[in-house]
Design a protein around this ligand. Structure first.
Ligand code: ADP
Ligand code: ADP
Length: 226
């Protein structure tokens, strides 16, 4: 079963398409990088998969369901951390929020959930920071916590919006390593990035320009942009 399948999909707000004619077919474990200039529609494409941007035309299936029905089943690492740095919450609590997305908000966390949270933090190399206040971490560390939050829900499809923006080299390396592991375990990945180098190294490329899908290529393939 495809993790993500788009056939001639258009996405837009207020009935004006931002993206037109997008075709995607992502299998378990496959990695896709969305590249292209600012305003090309990368974020909008990610939001459409999460059911946060309306699909105007075409056929879309996310983990075998309509994106609206699949809402919350795909993991998401947002572009900038939406958590206020002053918000008095520990790293562990942030990751537990991701776990609750999987278990449902109504039941108390059990030992297995606390274990899943600890494992997610361990994977991103921040086990030692569990009790720290989220806002005291560096930008790169906060990005890794947000990745741990998504992992704690054990999604089969994970979307990351510019995961390397404002992230130091150490954190970027840690994130790339975790993404490779997740992919090897069968998690399908979609990430947007301005960094063509890391995109090529990590994933198949989908190039978006002006809301149009421009090219698709295997990792390492040169995109000739003229
Ligand atoms: P990228 O992530 O590639 O920089 P975006 O998906 O953020 O591109 O934006 C693509 C286009 O969609 C832009 O022209 C932007 O102005 C428009 N857009 C993004 N979000 C909204 C919104 N909530 N309502 C209307 N237009 C939007
Ligand atoms: P609702 O309250 O309708 O269930 P969601 O919890 O789906 O709303 O989404 C609220 C916000 O949470 C979204 O705007 C999005 O930025 C964020 N979010 C975090 N993780 C996810 C995810 N896996 N799927 C969808 N939205 C997510």
């Amino acid at each position: 079963q495809a993790a993500l399948r788009y056939v001639a999909v258009s996405v837009g707000y207020d009935r004006t398409p931002v993206l037109t004619d997008v075709d995607l077919d992502l299998r378990p474990g496959q990695r896709l990088a969305l590249v292209g200039p600012n305003g090309a529609g990368k974020s909008t494409l990610i939001k459409s998969v999460l059911g946060l941007a309306p699909i105007l035309a075409g056929r879309a299936s996310v983990l075998g369901a309509d994106p609206a029905a699949a809402r919350g089943r795909a993991g998401y690492v947002p572009q900038t951390d939406t958590l206020d740095a002053d918000f008095p919450v520990s790293v562990r609590q942030v990751v537990m929020m991701g776990r609750y997305r999987r278990i449902g908000w109504w039941r108390p966390a059990r030992a297995a959930d606390r274990r899943a949270v600890a494992e997610a933090l361990d994977r991103v190399g921040l086990a030692g920071r569990a009790g720290h206040r989220f806002g005291t971490l560096s930008g790169g560390q906060r990005q890794r916590v947000l990745l741990a939050r998504a992992i704690a829900a054990e999604p089969r499809l994970l979307l990351l919006d510019e995961p390397f923006n404002g992230v130091d080299a150490v954190s970027q390396e840690a994130i790339v390593a975790v993404l490779r592991q997740l992919s090897a375990e069968g998690t399908a990945l979609v990430l947007s990035t301005h960094d063509l180098g890391v995109a090529r190294e990590l994933a198949d490329l989908v190039c978006l320009v002006n809301g149009r899908q421009w090219a698709v290529g295997p990792p390492g393939e040169t995109l000739t942009a003229d």
